[in-house]
Write a protein of this length. Sequence first.
Length: 109
Amino acid sequence: MDKSMVTTSFSLEGYRVVKNIGVVRGITVRSRNAIANIGASIQSLFGGNISLYTELCEKAREEAFELLLQHAQDSGANAIIGMRYDANEVSPGITEVLAYGTALVVEKI
């Protein structure tokens, strides 16, 4: 699926909805490793961006997004509207990242 066909809005400019497939999602569960925790603890002493955690979060969101696209494509969709992310701590140090939205079949107007 073309990433340009995913939007956080609830419409897709220049396209009309042919079919509403419904909610699709991509979920990944990630944990921090001990070495990253030590490195992040050192970074936190100096303040500012903790790049080790930023990288972990970015990878988790990208993986959830790619799984979302795959789920939508497998459902026959060519677009997703209302795309959002959510994250929850499953247990200490383990986080679920969810990407979700409404899958559609659209055609250019």
